[in-house]
Design a binder for this molecule. Structure first.
Ligand code: BG6
Length: 491
């Protein structure tokens, strides 16, 4: 691997995300030689720690991730971690961070390459980015200054725009890396390889041959300890606006001119521009919401800790998306996601049209009609894909039945697959924005989602409306039934 020089300033350095994902990912990059002698990280948060105590926090996080943290290599890695206690609203104190950054930059010869990582509560994104600039934390010697920002990016178009305007005062668009960790997942990145690397798929990838596309992000857990955040968000903002819209734009976009972040963004934005923003009536029929009920001893959503008893927050959403363009007109994209569903899995089902004439169907002989060809992309927990075709079976007479051509990444390989955060951090180090959400993508997807939210806020839902560990409310099935279709994955 090419070694990258980089000095990180980590806000939220003792937080959950940093400990669970970021430090183990940085360690993997260190072990692979992507980070090396010119890597250093300055951590900051409100906790009172010295460098050694902070190193211990990082060490524990490696242990927790299953790393051997007593090795010489781990010790070398940990020696590059430093800490300054800091209150992000304390403007005057940023000079302490600045001086420390400059010292460490010199010591580790990071060449002025700075990565500012905001792993913290979203209300601080704007102010912190502002202070990074006004208090002189950016390097000025020709190295790069990059801002990595976690979700959520606003809670509607307006707040997202305001945040973006704030960030733009300190960083240019190409210096801002908005994390959507789904874009770091192996099989999400594989969408482009499958589509643009295979004539047999891409030549059929349109409304003439595809009947509909289904995207399912199912979770088995309920809201857990995150109700404070989740109840203000709901499934639409938490999963649809970001992860699902990103997946859908990769499925819907035209072929990029080249495999470069700028070309890919152009095509994703074009796709999102042609996504139909619903009027009130369309939003009301094409999107449905749900909230989970109780199950045995498990409380319903409204009785979870920190959830108001009259909460109308949706823990499930399903919807139909329509692209008004030449490729997709008439071919809907159905999406669904929710908490407390039948399992934890993510999959994409591309349902092809059946042959116009089924020459094998003789109703009098009770012959089953042909099944649709379905390409299923399994994102998680197992990664791979499968193509369902019709073939003749070997019984007497002549009968067709569906068979699957399946490719699954085996355990040995999936153990070696980099975690999303490792890939994404690597991309930030390379300055490759392919797997991050650009402002235009965020803006278009909020405009779409806001319209659904607006309509939902006009009426009182009938909650709870689904049994935990099912695949959501009955209305999720009716959404497709109405169109004479069904979910490929159902119980
Ligand atoms: C996050 C959401 O973005 O994605 C969570 O805020 C959700 O509510 C999580 O649980 C799911 O991610 P993954 O990678 O576990 O599918």
């Amino acid at each position: 691997a090419t070694e990258r020089d980089a000095e990180f300033l980590m806000f939220g350095a003792t937080g959950d995300l940093a400990k669970r994902k970021l430090y183990p990912s940085l360690y993997n990059l260190y072990q692979k030689g992507t980070l090396g002698t010119h890597f250093v990280l300055l951590g900051t948060s409100r906790a009172k720690l010295n460098d050694d105590e902070f190193r211990d926090v990082v060490k524990q996080s490696l242990v927790h991730a299953g790393e051997k943290a007593d090795t010489k290599e781990a010790a070398e890695f940990l020696s590059r971690f430093y800490y300054v206690q800091h209150d992000v609203t304390d403007k005057a104190h940023y000079s302490v961070l600045r001086d420390r950054l400059n010292e460490l930059d010199k010591k580790y010869k990071a060449n002025g390459n700075r990565i500012f990582y905001l792993s913290m509560a979203p209300q601080f994104f704007g102010p912190v980015a502002g202070y990074i600039k006004t208090e002189g934390l950016q390097s000025t010697n020709g190295g790069f200054n990059r801002l990595v920002i976690e979700k959520p990016f606003g809670r509607d178009f307006e707040s997202a725009k305001k945040l973006n305007d704030e960030l733009s005062k300190s960083f240019d668009e190409n210096q801002i890396f908005r994390i959507d960790h789904y874009l770091g997942k192996e099989m999400i990145q594989n969408i482009m390889a499958l589509r643009f690397g295979n004539t047999v798929l891409e030549s059929l990838w349109n409304n003439r041959y595809i009947d509909n596309i289904q995207v399912t992000l199912a979770e088995k857990l309920g809201v857990e300890e995150r109700a404070g955040y989740y109840d203000n968000s709901g499934a639409l903002r938490d999963m649809v606006q970001n992860h699902i819209m990103q997946i859908v734009s990769l499925l819907a976009m035209e072929q990029p001119v080249a495999f470069l972040d700028s070309d890919i963004r152009t095509e994703k934005v074009k796709a999102l521009r042609s996504l139909r923003v619903y009027d009130v009536a369309e939003a009301a029929t094409n999107f449905i919401r749900g909230q989970y009920g109780s199950y045995g001893d498990e409380p319903d959503y409204r009785h979870e800790d920190d959830v108001p008893r009259d909460s109308n927050t949706e823990t499930f959403v399903a919807g139909k998306l329509l692209f008004d363009n030449y490729r997709w007109s008439g071919t809907p994209f159905y999406i669904r996601t929710g908490k407390k569903l039948a399992g934890k899995f993510t999959r994409i089902d591309v349902v092809f049209k059946k042959p116009l004439v089924d020459i094998f169907a003789f109703p009098q002989s009770g012959e089953k009609p042909l099944s649709a060809n379905v390409l299923t992309i399994f994102v998680e927990p197992n990664a791979g894909f499968s193509l369902q075709l019709n073939a003749k079976n070997n019984e007497p007479g002549f009968q067709t039945e569906p068979v699957n051509l399946t490719y699954m990444i085996d355990q040995a390989h999936s153990d070696q697959t980099p975690e999303p955060y490792e890939r994404l951090l690597h991309d930030v180090l390379k300055g490759d924005g392919t797997n991050f959400s650009s402002w235009s993508e965020v803006a278009y997807s909020w405009k779409f989602v806001d319209q659904i939210r607006r309509v939902w806020d006009l009426s009182e839902p009938d909650f709870p409306n689904y049994t935990p560990y099912s695949m959501g409310p009955a209305s999720a099935h009716e959404l497709l039934e109405r169109d004479h279709r069904e979910w490929v994955y159902h119980l």
